[in-house]
Design a protein around this ligand. Structure first.
Ligand SMILES: [Zn+2]
Length: 285
């Protein structure tokens, strides 16, 4: 993706280089809130709970250490800022074109190890996520190495852009009231139905990422869409379950299969039209 020379978003907060290990030793009480409210990029909450607990309850009393960022880290931060700027420009326009009012920009926090959020404390183990309470994306960029090494994706800058655009998709769902509706419906449904609602919501976030990519075409480079698809493929529930437990349980899916994730991203990319993204009717009827 061509990204250099873009304006700064002003919504990026860089907390990398400030180590938070052990800082949240007493924060156990809010863990449940974190699990309910965070909208994570991949994996289900059951799997994520354990690592979060680990991250939050680490009781080492290391003081907060600050270190300088490397040149590579600085550049990575600038790239993330450029992607954020791109989502701001494009979603503002889409909101205008569809008479959805003003697009309210999301914040982005880059962190390492652990972070305090409007949804409670979280650790890197939860992967990139969006907190609807403070309307910010939280990203530990080490996730993108894992995406390649642990999840087997191709990697590349557009994999990062796709993940960011997916989280921004959750922000859009929050602005449009979709997330709140889903939460209400989930409270009145069985576990299996609640999971299905989650799948529809996650696939719609993938669809929105595709819509963003469509409107970002002038900045795309060869191979970008393949990088996004490879990432979407790697984090499908079936792919993750096969890798971690050897078998697949569709009832417990929360994000959709690899094929569904790629399909909805591509549908957004091809149409560029947010009205084509009703994953709820397609999946629940
Ligand atoms: Zn998500």
């Amino acid at each position: 993706m061509k990204w250099k020379g873009r304006r700064k978003s002003g919504n990026l907060e860089d907390r990398r280089g400030m180590s938070n290990k052990g800082k949240f030793a007493a924060g156990g009480g809010i863990i449940a809130v974190v699990v309910v409210l965070l909208q994570m990029f991949g994996g289900d909450t059951g799997q994520v709970l354990a690592p979060i607990l680990e991250g939050v309850t680490q009781s080492s009393s290391q003081p907060t250490e600050e270190r300088e960022l490397t040149e590579q880290e600085i550049e990575l931060g600038e790239f993330m800022d450029a992607v954020l700027v791109d989502t701001e420009d494009i979603w503002s326009q889409i909101f205008k074109d569809n008479n959805l009012g003003n697009y309210k920009e999301a914040g982005m926090v880059l962190f390492t190890d652990a972070v305090r959020t409007g949804c409670g404390n979280a650790s890197s183990a939860s992967g990139p996520f969006y907190c609807p309470t403070d309307q910010k994306l939280y990203m530990d960029l080490s996730f993108f190495d894992e995406l390649r090494t642990r999840f087997g994706a191709k990697g590349g800058d557009f994999a990062m852009a796709y993940v960011t655009a997916h989280e921004i998709g959750h922000h859009v769902q929050t602005l449009l009231g979709t997330s709140q509706k889903v939460r209400q419906m989930q409270q009145q449904s069985s576990a299996a139905q609640a999971n299905q609602l989650s799948v529809a919501q996650e696939l719609q976030a993938d669809f929105y990422a595709g819509v963003w990519a469509h409107h970002n075409k002038e900045y795309l480079e060869e191979g970008d869409i393949e990088e996004a698809l490879s990432a979407a493929n790697a984090v499908g529930d079936d792919a993750i379950q096969k890798r971690t437990q050897g078998s697949v349980q569709p009832d417990s899916f929360t994000h959709g299969t690899s094929e569904q994730r790629m399909h909805w991203f591509m549908k957004g990319y091809k149409t560029g039209d947010i009205r084509q993204g009703d994953t709820f009717s397609e999946l629940l009827n």
